[in-house]
Design a protein around this ligand. Structure first.
Ligand code: HEC
Length: 109
């Protein structure tokens, strides 16, 4: 009886760790960053909201942008230096911007 309870406890912890550990590392993945910081405007699928003048990130215009253009648009608001878009000044690191750019490339396909 005692060993069964112990076995269940160990199993429960193993399952909890199994669920917890990958979700911790996912937190710093481009897709999660995108969902946390961009999707409320550009949409989870990156299609934007034309009615609200939010451009698509998966359309032809965004496909034509170079990685450098995308990086600049995200981290410093692009050529116009739009402060609302300067995620570099809002705690998004250059590495995270890189992950977001590669995520955008992955959903453009
Ligand atoms: C508050 C809403 C909002 C959020 C949040 C937001 N954007 Fe934007 N984004 C816009 C708007 C609006 C534009 C159009 C340019 C402008 O007028 O600022 C834009 C433009 C862009 C552009 C330039 C597209 C082009 O065709 O020139 C890129 C790239 C972009 N956003 C990526 C992102 C990424 C990546 C994130 C998350 C890190 C993000 N945006 C978060 C609203 C938002």
């Amino acid at each position: 009886m005692k060993t069964t309870k112990l076995a269940i406890a160990v199993l429960t912890m193993a399952v909890a760790l199994f669920i917890l550990i990958p979700s911790l590392s996912w937190a710093d993945d481009g897709g999660n960053l995108f969902k946390a910081k961009c999707a409320m405007c550009h949409g989870v699928d990156g299609a934007g909201k034309p009615a609200a003048k939010i451009p698509s990130l998966i359309g032809d215009d965004a496909k034509k942008m170079s990685d450098a253009d995308l990086t600049a648009a995200i981290s410093e608001g692009g050529k116009a230096k739009k402060a609302s878009h300067a995620f570099g000044a809002k705690g998004v690191t250059p590495d995270q911007v890189k992950m977001i750019v590669s995520y955008i490339r992955s959903i453009q396909k």
